[in-house]
Design a protein around this ligand. Sequence first.
Ligand code: SAM
Length: 282
Amino acid sequence: MLSYLHGFHAGNFADIQKHAAQVLALRMLQIKPSGIACFDTHAGSALYDLRSERALKTGEAEQGVQKLWKLAGEQASSLAEDWQPLITALADINRGRPTLDRYPGSPEWFRRFRRSQDSLTAFELHPTEGRHLEDWAGQGKVRVFREDGLRGLLRQLPPRLPRLFVLIDPSYEVKSDYRAVADTLASAWRKCRHGVYLVWYPILTSGLEQTLKQAVVDGPVSRVLCSEIHLKCPPDRGMVGSGMLVVNPPWGFDERLAAMLASVSGDDCLAVTASLDWLVPE
Ligand code: SAM
């Protein structure tokens, strides 16, 4: 039943928002020395080739990371300061290549920014993607589980380390996923209330994502920030924007993420409008 492959979409505008929020939140949490248990419930295959048939077929990275990369090369000073660690990582991953050919998925962003005291656990259900993820993880200190990431996360909580960071980034292939994500978030939060949870969702012409947002509003979780970017020239059908819920954001995260997204919203970059507000306040 699993047909989604992130290789068709890697480095698109949604990935830029998602990975900006992921890296910023993680870096801000790392101001304190205690270890962070990081969980990536829908990891994908970790590294993507932007010259692959899949990537070239959709060309989505052209309107995402390639625009960001161009801006970083031509007008670096217009980018918010918090982009710098991500730009440096992209340069490092593509070292020795004339163009930006490789794009890191969420597990690779985690691996690049985690410290020795932090752990990383990644889940992936798709057979081929799971194999790629295992190969990528190799003998490194990443635990990979080829199973359902929502159930797997709940089994692992509360974490062994003092702090928790969770990225939930499903492909939403079935409508019930929106409700399942909200229910899992509520259950995870009951097991670990101080955890930082990032939940990505697509903004669709059908408005299906409202099921998720409403369920979160009606549920027990508080301190939920909502970041959204909307394409200025959206397609008639399908995904017209990208959203991220952030539960328990570090203090000051909202302002820093807003600055990051504002600096890439222009027509010379992602061509989006960005908003950031509390979905559920304290
Ligand atoms: N998080 C990745 C990133 O940012 O690079 C992209 C993930 S992609 C949007 C969603 C992934 O979830 C796909 O690779 C898909 O195979 C996987 N998936 C779908 N259902 C799953 C489930 N129940 N448990 C774990 N992984 C699942």
